[in-house]
Design a protein around this ligand. Structure first.
Ligand SMILES: CC(C)=CC(=O)SCCNC(=O)CCNC(=O)[C@H](O)C(C)(C)COP(=O)(O)OP(=O)(O)OC[C@H]1O[C@@H](n2cnc3c(N)ncnc32)[C@H](O)[C@@H]1OP(=O)(O)O
Length: 257
């Protein structure tokens, strides 16, 4: 597939996807989502990639679903086509994805960022779910993921008023893992992704799976799941390598097996 609306590259073991529709502030249209789906699927099946960074431009991570594309849809078109269902590709990825957010992350842009495993924000980042101003509500998980991230009070405030919040408020609220100066954002995201990609891939995938289970299960079930994954890692060579490297005071060389 040739990419018109995203740019894709690898840097070492890091897969980098840049949303690239500057004329529309990276508004998420069907073409962009299809390309994102394709690029993520390739990184998922590429043994040389251990972590992915998803980013936009300095001005916008993404200003939401493409309003011009959505405006004329009727209920039956939207329901039968289930166009938002295709966005789940980001949430379904097994490899970790870091959202590197600069500028606007609004509506579907905020929702895509929240589907990633964590958000690194530039000090210029602005988050919001302004769908209410368009006569609709968030449709790509915003009412659920934002509420889990920031709690009911702030989620209601943001979703019912459609107001935007800056990076500092987003970090205080727990939406954002870390804020970095805008000029350093991509470098820091790639460095963080490279660190993750240097770990044992089975351990990374299981860590991601275990953390995500915390949102879908009781504490007791989550802990049982974690324990099973933890013991299963003792079947990997990487567990022997990681622990031997510690004892022998050297850097581990993981084989991802
Ligand atoms: C996922 C689901 C279910 C829903 C959604 O995501 S609904 C969309 C939610 N997002 C929004 O409502 C944000 C819409 N955009 C804005 O409010 C503004 O563009 C802004 C505040 C992000 C930036 O304002 P600014 O004045 O700096 O820039 P503009 O002139 O407004 O935009 C530049 C250029 O981009 C087009 N644009 C921006 N956002 C979208 C969008 N979401 N869909 C389609 N096109 C978008 C904007 O129309 C303009 O292009 P033109 O000059 O050609 O009209």
């Amino acid at each position: 597939m040739t990419y018109d609306t995203i740019a894709v590259e690898t840097q070492g073991r890091v897969g980098l996807i840049r949303l690239n529709r500057p004329e529309a502030l990276n508004a998420l249209n069907a073409r962009l989502i299809a390309e994102l789906d394709d690029a993520l699927a390739k990184f998922e099946s590429d043994d040389g990639v251990g972590c992915v960074v998803l980013t936009g431009s300095e001005k916008a991570f993404a200003a939401g679903a493409d309003i011009k594309e959505m405006r004329d849809k009727g209920f039956v078109d939207a329901f039968l086509d289930d166009f938002i269902g295709r966005w789940d590709v980001v949430a379904r990825a097994r490899k970790p994805i870091i959202a590197a957010v600069s500028g606007f992350a609004l509506g579907g842009g905020c929702e895509i960022a929240m589907m990633c495993d964590f958000i690194l924000a530039a000090d210029t980042a602005v988050f919001g779910q302004p769908e209410i101003k368009l006569g609709v509500i968030p449709g790509a998980g915003g009412t659920q993921r934002l509420t889990r991230a920031v709690g009911k009070a702030k989620a209601m405030d943001l979703i019912l008023t459609g107001r935007m919040m800056g990076a500092e408020e987003a970090e205080r609220a727990g939406l954002v893992a870390r804020i970095v100066p805008a000029a350093d954002l991509l470098g820091e995201a790639i460095k963080t992704a490279a660190t993750i990609a240097s770990m044992s891939l089975p351990a990374v995938l299981m860590a991601k799976e275990a953390v995500n289970r915390a949102f879908e299960s009781t504490l007791a079930e989550g802990i049982r799941h974690e324990r099973g994954l933890f013991y299963s890692l003792f079947a990997t060579g990487d567990q022997k390598e990681g622990m031997s490297a510690f004892v022998e005071k050297r850097k581990p060389a993981f084989a991802n097996r």
